[in-house]
Design a protein around this ligand. Structure first.
Ligand code: HEM
Length: 419
């Protein structure tokens, strides 16, 4: 198998280190790739151009990519009608990430009523408590699998808190969410592993509509569309459920990448201990160099030209943030980690345009707070040689899905800080 013929969506050889393949693709930043007849987009400007153009590109296949494809050959330079006919056949077509305006605009507004600045401040305040409580479960051991012990639970607990899920109900979420964190929606064969949440949230919303309580779930239950109409129960349930689907694996992977870098590079760890003010820059540079979302898709609705390449209506474009974020035309020496990089924050790990990640502020806060408390409570954080092999010959297993990038286990050793 060569880079010319490899299938990015299924080939396991690209999972551990996809970056040489990205470099190969980026030689031609808009490039047709076999075997699904997609166009891979690895250029920074080209990726942004797609996200900013809802007219030429539809999000109907944002998750499914080339699956299941169009039922008939496009045969026209504008396939808007065909897309509407087959939209429901695409994976997670019930979730807003696959909607286009004006439907998307309505649902996005509903979601943003939940993520008000005030709610985010409250959420951030409880993240400190959640982080400490989770660390209490393992810090005295002096070692852990950071993904399992912290990143995974922290990611879903934060979303549960945002939504106001009562702590007494956390046990209903824990086992299933923790089993499905990585790549849960990342392969087209799987069903929706978050389906169990539909029933749980339908129960909450129905209950709060009957008997309002003044809690966050009540606000969610009573939220209206911008025109004042009340959404169906199911519309609200889907927004709540999709927050877990979108915000859990992505954030857990970001936390894993941050601690992997910190534990591997003692100089980096020392720099952050010396100056905590550099933590935000560290988070941005890590989002750039290890972008948690590997692939995000669009369907060309109207034939157009992208980066000088004609892309006919009906084409599936695969935007690859992890590749675009290393584009040398935007980021000098893009493959190198650089804590002092001037423009790290220009990265597009959170997408751009109308679907740009509404959880970005929350993910950033979660990463910052986790790092702060980790540095407070653990000294000399190191990768466990026993589990991952010696420096220079480490062994890690990565999320095998084509959607997400991140490690599945991260064993670290450290010295607990007393008090
Ligand atoms: C490091 C963590 C995260 C990364 C890298 C990330 C990345 C992304 C990207 C690239 C998109 C755009 C998808 C598209 O254009 O089709 C997106 C959308 C979305 N993200 Fe995130 N995300 C992260 C965390 C979160 C969190 C914590 C939440 C919520 C609690 C969240 C909720 C969402 C939602 C609801 C959408 C869909 C928005 C829409 O369709 O308008 N994400 N995310």
């Amino acid at each position: 198998m060569t880079f010319e013929t490899v299938d990015f969506l299924t080939d396991a050889s690209l999972v551990d280190d996809p970056y040489p393949y990205y470099d190969f693709l980026r030689e031609c930043p808009v490039r047709r790739v076999p075997p699904h007849e997609m166009v891979a987009v690895t250029g920074y400007d080209e990726a942004r151009a797609i996200w900013q153009d809802d007219d030429a590109y539809s999000s109907c296949n944002s998750f499914g990519g080339p699956f299941p494809g169009l039922p008939t050959a496009p045969g026209d330079d504008d396939i808007s009608e065909l897309i509407e006919e087959c939209r429901n056949a695409y994976p997670i077509s019930e979730h807003m990430v696959t909607f286009d305006p004006p439907e998307h605009t309505k649902h996005r507004a509903l979601l943003m009523r939940l993520m008000t600045p005030r709610r985010l401040v409250e959420n951030e305040a409880s993240m400190w408590r959640l982080a400490d409580r989770q660390m209490d479960t393992f810090v005295s051991d002096g070692k852990c699998d950071f993904v399992q012990a912290f990143a995974t639970p922290m990611a879903w607990l934060t979303i549960a808190d945002l939504l106001g899920v009562p702590e007494a109900d956390h046990h209903l979420f824990r086992a299933q969410l923790e089993a499905h964190v990585a790549g849960a929606l990342g392969t087209h064969e799987q069903g929706n592993p978050f389906a169990f949440l539909d029933d749980l949230f339908a129960g909450y919303i129905d209950d709060r509509r009957r008997a309002p309580r003044g809690d966050v779930l009540t606000k969610l239950a009573q939220a209206t569309f911008p025109d004042g109409s009340q959404p169906d129960l199911l519309d609200v349930v889907r927004i709540a459920v999709f927050l877990f689907a979108a915000g859990q694996g992505t954030t857990a992977h970001l936390l894993g990448s941050l601690i992997q870098a910190l534990a591997e590079h003692s100089d980096l760890q020392a720099a952050l201990r010396d100056d905590r003010g550099r933590i935000p820059a560290f988070i941005e540079e890590t989002l750039r160099i290890e972008s948690p979302v590997k692939a995000n898709f669009r369907m060309v609705r109207r034939s157009t030209v992208l980066g000088g390449v004609e892309v006919p209506a009906g084409t599936t474009v695969m935007i690859m943030p992890g590749a675009a974020n290393r584009d040398g035309r935007r980021f000098e020496d893009g493959g190198a980690f650089c804590l002092d990089r001037r423009n790290s924050r220009d990265h597009i790990a959170f997408g751009r345009g109308t679907h740009a990640c509404p959880g970005a502020a929350l993910a950033r806060a979660e990463a910052r707070i986790s790092l702060e408390r980790l540095l407070d409570r653990m000294r000399d954080i190191k990768i466990s040689d026993a589990h991952h092999g010696p420096p220079g010959a480490r062994r890690y297993s990565y999320d095998p899905s084509f959607m997400l990038r991140g490690i599945q286990a991260l064993h670290i050793d450290f010295t607990p800080v007393a008090g």
